[in-house]
Design a protein around this ligand. Structure first.
Ligand SMILES: N[C@@H](CCC(=O)N[C@@H](CS)C(=O)NCC(=O)O)C(=O)O
Ligand SMILES: [Fe+2]
Length: 361
C-alpha cells in the first residue's frame, strides 16, 4: 500500500507529490518548492515518514526547489537527471533506472522536450506517472527555452507516456486552471496539442505560436536549481527558516506549536509570556494554570493586546489546544512575530508533568 499526497504551491502553480510505502514509512517527494519546505517537512513528520529522496522532474524555470534545504533538515538525498547538468545531487539519473523507497520503486523515463533533462517517474505498478512539464493536463510544457524542442517532446509523449496502460493516472508538475489529475487514456484522446490524430508537424506548429511571456522567476530559479536549490548569499535563503526563541514547529496546518517540555525550558528562564485564553473559572479550576500565566479569555484577547509585550515571544494556552490555536492566529494577525500554541493545552501539560498553580493533584 502506498501513501500518496498531491500538494500545491499557489504562487507558481506547482504540484509537489509525496509518495511513501505504508509499511516501511520510506518516502519520496517529487518537485518540492523552496517556500513550502516547512509545510512539506511538517506533513512528513505528522505522517511518521522518513524522506529518502527528493526527485526533480527537471531544472525548473519558475520556482526554486527545496531539495537542498530538505537534505539539510531531514537528511534526504537529491536525485535528478544527469542530462539536467546540475551540481550537488547525490544521484544522477538516466532512462531505465529505478529509484527505490522501502520495497517499492519508481521507474525513470527520459522525456526530453520541455527541457533536455526532463524525466518522468512511473510507479512500479504503473498506476501513476509523474510527468513533470512533459505532459500537462490537456496541455504540455513550453518548448521555447532551456533547450526546448517540440519534436523531442512529441516523441517523448508518444513513446514514453501514451504507451503506458490506459488507466495509468497522470500527475503533472503544474496546472494553471485548477485541474489536478488526468489519465493516459484521456490525454491520448483529448489532449488538444498531442492527442488524437495530431502529427509531429501539427504539434510543432502549435508550439511555435504559443507566444508565452517568460516565467517571472526565470533568472533566479534556473541558476539556483542548477545548484539543487542551494542558496547563494541570503537573498532568498531566509524563507522557510525556523524561529530560534524556542523549539517550536510548524504544523501541516500552518500553525506554530510548542510541546510542554519545550515550553517548560523557556518558562523557567522567563523568556516567554504565557497567555491563558480560558475562562476565569477554568483558570482557577481543577486543571490549574501554568505559573505566571496571564489570564485573557479568548473573547477579550483583541481588546487586551496592549497588555502584551510585543518584543517577547507569546505562548497561548487553553484546555486542549483548540481555543489557543485561534489565539495564535489572532496574535499573528495583530503583528506578533513570535507566537506558538501549547500543543494539547493544559491536559497534555499536566500529563507531561508540567508544574501548575491552584490545580488539584
Ligand atoms: N506565468 C508563469 C509562467 C510559467 C511557465 O512558463 N511555465 C512553464 C513550465 S516551467 C510552462 O511550460 N507553461 C506552459 C503553459 O503556460 O502553457 C510564471 O511566471 O511563472
Ligand atoms: Fe518547467
Amino acid at each position: 500500500m502506498l501513501i500518496f499526497r498531491q500538494l500545491f504551491d499557489a504562487t507558481s502553480s506547482t504540484y509537489t507529490y509525496l509518495v511513501a510505502e505504508r509499511a516501511s514509512r520510506q518516502a519520496l517527494l517529487i518537485d518540492p518548492v523552496y517556500e513550502q519546505a516547512l509545510r512539506d517537512a511538517a506533513l512528513i513528520a505528522e505522517l511518521g515518514l522518513t524522506l529518502a529522496w527528493t526527485l526533480e522532474t527537471h531544472v525548473h524555470a519558475d520556482h526554486v526547489t527545496s531539495a537542498w534545504l530538505l537534505r539539510e533538515r531531514l537528511g534526504s538525498r537529491i536525485a535528478l537527471a544527469r542530462a539536467a547538468g546540475a551540481e550537488g545531487a547525490d544521484r544522477l539519473l538516466a532512462h531505465g533506472e529505478r529509484i527505490g523507497f522501502g520495497s517499492r520503486w519508481l521507474d525513470v523515463r527520459a522525456t526530453p522536450g520541455h527541457t533536455s533533462g526532463c524525466l518522468s517517474y512511473v510507479q512500479d505498478d504503473e498506476g501513476r506517472a509523474f510527468t513533470g512539464d512533459c505532459l500537462l493536463i490537456r496541455g504540455c510544457g513550453r518548448t521555447d527555452f532551456q533547450q526546448g524542442d517540440s519534436r523531442a517532446l512529441y516523441t517523448s509523449v508518444h513513446r514514453q507516456i501514451f504507451t503506458l496502460p490506459a488507466t495509468c493516472l497522470v500527475y503533472p508538475a503544474h496546472d494553471y486552471n485548477g485541474l489536478t489529475v488526468t489519465s493516459v487514456e484521456e490525454e491520448r484522446r483529448y489532449n488538444p496539442r498531442l492527442g488524437g490524430e495530431v502529427s509531429e508537424s501539427d504539434f510543432a506548429g502549435h508550439m511555435s505560436n504559443l507566444n508565452l511571456p517568460h516565467p517571472k522567476k526565470l533568472d533566479i530559479a534556473v541558476p539556483a536549481n542548477l545548484r539543487c536549490g542551494r542558496p547563494e548569499g541570503d537573498a532568498w535563503a531566509s524563507a522557510s527558516t525556523e524561529p530560534s526563541w524556542a523549539r517550536v514547529r510548524c504544523t501541516f496546518g500552518g500553525l506554530w506549536e510548542i510541546d510542554p517540555h519545550a515550553l517548560a525550558e523557556v518558562t523557567h528562564a522567563g523568556r516567554v509570556q504565557v497567555v491563558d485564553v480560558r475562562e476565569p473559572a477554568e483558570f482557577h479550576g481543577p486543571l490549574g494554570h501554568i505559573p505566571n500565566a496571564q489570564l485573557i479569555p479568548l473573547g477579550a484577547l483583541n481588546d487586551n493586546l496592549a497588555t502584551l509585550d510585543r518584543e517577547r515571544p507569546v505562548v497561548a494556552v487553553c484546555r486542549s489546544g483548540s481555543r489557543s490555536a485561534r489565539a495564535v492566529a489572532m496574535l499573528q494577525q495583530a503583528g506578533f512575530a513570535q507566537v506558538a500554541n501549547l500543543a494539547g493545552g493544559m491536559l497534555r501539560w499536566r500529563v507531561d508533568g508540567g508544574t501548575v498553580e491552584e490545580g488539584l493533584e
